[in-house]
Each structure stands twice: as structure tokens, then as C-alpha cells.
Design a binder for this molecule. Structure first.
Ligand code: SF4
Ligand code: SF4
Length: 229
């Protein structure tokens, strides 16, 4: 089973909370990225929509169009997409339509993080954007309604799409492997609203973190960082 366009419409209706009502994070990262918010810059990341999501978007807006891969690397990358999935680009940040953002737009920089026991614990982030995405360096600004809505959206979609579920279970394991290689702790936002670390080389052990630790030990904004935290 996969998610239909009406399933995605349900998720769009319920996944609306901003990461933070206090900060417009695009004003933080865009000045260091030629004036374009990093997650809206298709030179850096291209959203991929499932078949049902793409059907929904085409039915409600002309904001999006099919993205044509550039060069052999991208052709290879996008040729591996699951059946019906489509890489797409919007008209740009100045023409953004809030109600017609993809799930990927709404969730960025986060993905649903699964424990070794395959339980949906909370939110991890796309570590390739450390130093570029201001939110990743300031995780304490993320508000609980955002976490709640993203978890609910993820559970709704996973209940109907086992492949999507498997993708994020695998991706969480990949994150543990990468951070273990770097000998770094993974910062996590728990679905309970608390802060956590996943310890490296621990079989995925999760321990509580403090706000003070998250305010001082996250990857700094403005420069790539892979050293031990
Ligand atoms: S989520 Fe990150 S990359 Fe996107 S606008 Fe906010 S700070 Fe920039
Ligand atoms: S739809 Fe909006 S949030 Fe999504 S990539 Fe385009 S400008 Fe950014």
C-alpha cells in the first residue's frame, strides 16, 4: 500500500506548525547562501515527492515543476528513486506558497529517527547540512507543536507505506554509523519534547541531554564541522 493524494492532503492539513514562531530561520542562513534559504536552494537539495504527493501538488498549484537532473552524478542519484517518485523544484523562495510546500519542505532539516529497536524516538537531522542550516546549530529553538505534528505526519504516512518506513529505519542506522565514525554524539529531539544524545559506539544508546549542552555543543553555524563534539 502507498499513500494516495488524499492521504497527503490530510497530512498537509495537519502538518503546518513552523519550527519556531519566534525565529524566521531563512533570514539566518540565506545571507551566507547568496540570499537563498539553504533548504530552498535546488543547487543544494532537491525535494522528492511520492507519486501521491506529486499528484496532489499538480492538482492544487503550478508552483512546482519536474526537476531535470544535471550531469551524470545527479542522473544516477535520481534514477534510483522508487517507482512514481519525482524530483521537483519550486519557483523559488520569493514565490513560496506555504500551503503547497512539500512534506520535505515542512520537515527540513529533520527526519524521523528510529532506535536500534526500530521505535520512532524523535527527530534526527540531515547531517550533511551542518554549518549551513542555522536550525541544526540551534536545536533548542524547535517548538513542541512542530515535533508533535511531524511525528504524527510520519506515523500516518508510515502506516500506509512500509517502504518509506524501512527507508527511515535504515537512514537512522546510517546516521549512527556516520557519527560513530566521527566519534561524535548525535543530538536528538525526542518525541516527548526532551533533548537527547545518541552515544557513539554504544549500540545506539540514548541518554538525556541538557539545554546548556545543546546550546554549547552543537555543530557551529557558518562552517562545516565533523570533529568530536
Ligand atoms: S530550515 Fe535551515 S536551511 Fe531551511 S531556512 Fe531554516 S535555517 Fe535555513
Ligand atoms: S516551496 Fe517554499 S519552502 Fe519549499 S523549497 Fe520552495 S520556497 Fe522553499
Amino acid at each position: 500500500m502507498v499513500n494516495s493524494s488524499s492521504d497527503f492532503a490530510n497530512v498537509y492539513a495537519k502538518f503546518q506548525a513552523p519550527i519556531s514562531r519566534r525565529y524566521d530561520c531563512g533570514t539566518k542562513c540565506a545571507p551566507l547562501n547568496n540570499g537563498i534559504p539553504v533548504c530552498c536552494d535546488y543547487e543544494r537539495t532537491v525535494p522528492v515527492a511520492d507519486e501521491g504527493e506529486w499528484e496532489l501538488l499538480k492538482s492544487r498549484t503550478d508552483l512546482w515543476s519536474v526537476y531535470t537532473p544535471k550531469g551524470k552524478t545527479e542522473e544516477k542519484e535520481f534514477s534510483g528513486l522508487a517507482d512514481g517518485c519525482q524530483s521537483i523544484v519550486c519557483k523559488g523562495a520569493k514565490l513560496c506558497e506555504r500551503d503547497n510546500r512539500t512534506i520535505a519542505c515542512r520537515a527540513f532539516p529533520f527526519f524521523p529517527y528510529f532506535t536500534v529497536e526500530k521505535e520512532l524516538f524523535g527527530l534526527g537531522y540531515y547531517w550533511g547540512f551542518e554549518g549551513l542550516c542555522w536550525v541544526i546549530s540551534n536545536l533548542t529553538i524547535v517548538e513542541k507543536p512542530f515535533v508533535d505534528e511531524m511525528i504524527a505526519a510520519s506515523e500516518y504516512l508510515f502506516a500506509r507505506d512500509a517502504d518509506e518506513l524501512a527507508t527511515y529505519i535504515t537512514f537512522s542506522a546510517t546516521m549512527r554509523g556516520v557519527f560513530t565514525k566521527w566519534n561524535r554524539k548525535i543530538p536528538l529531539l525526542g518525541r516527548d519534547g526532551q533533548l537527547y544524545w545518541v552515544l557513539p559506539n554504544s549500540g545506539g544508546k540514548i541518554v538525556p541531554a541538557t539545554t546548556a549542552e545543546f546550546e554549547t555543543k552543537l555543530a557551529p553555524f557558518g562552517k562545516a564541522q565533523k570533529e568530536a563534539a
